[in-house]
Design a protein around this ligand. Structure first.
Ligand code: ADP
Ligand code: MG
Length: 230
């Protein structure tokens, strides 16, 4: 029900495009997201950072900005004392990019340990003929360069979700290549199934991307979200 409310609030805004402001949708389906919130003032941003109690990541939240880092809309490793200034900087950069951009606010998010994790992508594209196509692959900056991914029609069984991990060329990377600890595969498989359930429950979602979904030895964290409603 919470999930429905989140999607409706997007629709009410008159935008069919939702971003990190809709991350609670993932929480509602048990897909872990880093601690944090979207706020609309520098002071509130500072309060969230204090709550997190460490350096944070800050991101501009706007339906008009699809690739936040392309416009300088993501700042990683921001100390609490710089949070207020960074808020203003992010808004200025967004305005420079598009003067009339709708700015919903700024997300203040806990840092995720990328050194011990693998950035993957988990997404969905609704095909008029085949239905919801789940995509899993290597994410982050490698997504376009390596194009290492696999597709499966939702809903997927546990075995089909496992098969998606096996399918990608980078599977050894998830399983502890080069002396790394293997990622928590069971949670990754569960996460694929949870997304499968979400997109099955909400036919209005025509497209969805979690990029990156950071997989670590301790579990997964959905760090970014973008979705389109019909
Ligand atoms: P966008 O894809 O719109 O540019 P993201 O939220 O995916 O924005 O952030 C861009 C990149 O910044 C990510 O791929 C990741 O490498 C890094 N990043 C984002 N959020 C975090 C976080 N919470 N902890 C660590 N790194 C992050
Ligand atoms: Mg991203």
């Amino acid at each position: 029900e919470r999930a429905r409310e989140i999607l409706e609030s997007g629709a009410r805004r008159g935008s069919n495009r939702l971003g990190v402001e809709a991350m609670e949708l993932l929480d509602a389906y048990g897909i872990p997201t880093p601690q944090g919130d979207v706020v609309s003032s520098p002071v509130e941003a500072e309060a969230i950072a204090e709550e997190i109690g460490d350096d944070v990541v800050m991101k501009i939240v706007s339906p008009d900005i699809l690739h936040k880092s392309d416009i300088g809309g993501v700042e990683v490793g921001v100390p609490v004392e710089e949070v207020r200034d960074t808020y203003e900087d992010l808004v200025v950069r967004a305005r420079n990019y598009q003067e009339d951009a709708t700015i919903l606010g700024v997300q203040v998010q806990e840092m995720v340990d990328l050194d011990n994790g693998v950035e993957t992508i988990l997404g969905m594209n609704r095909d008029p003929q085949f239905g919801p196509l789940l995509l899993f692959g290597l994410g982050g900056i490698f997504v376009e360069v390596l194009e290492d991914n696999t597709v499966s029609v939702a809903p997927v069984s546990e075995n089909e979700a496992k098969g998606m991990l096996d399918d990608i060329d980078s599977a050894p990377l998830l399983r502890g290549a080069r002396g790394r600890d293997p990622v928590d595969e069971a949670t990754l498989v569960e996460t694929i199934q949870r997304l499968s359930q979400l997109v099955t429950d909400f036919p209005a979602i025509v497209e969805l991307d979690i990029n990156p979904l950071v997989a670590t030895p301790d579990g997964v964290q959905a760090v970014d979200l973008r979705l389109t409603l019909d």
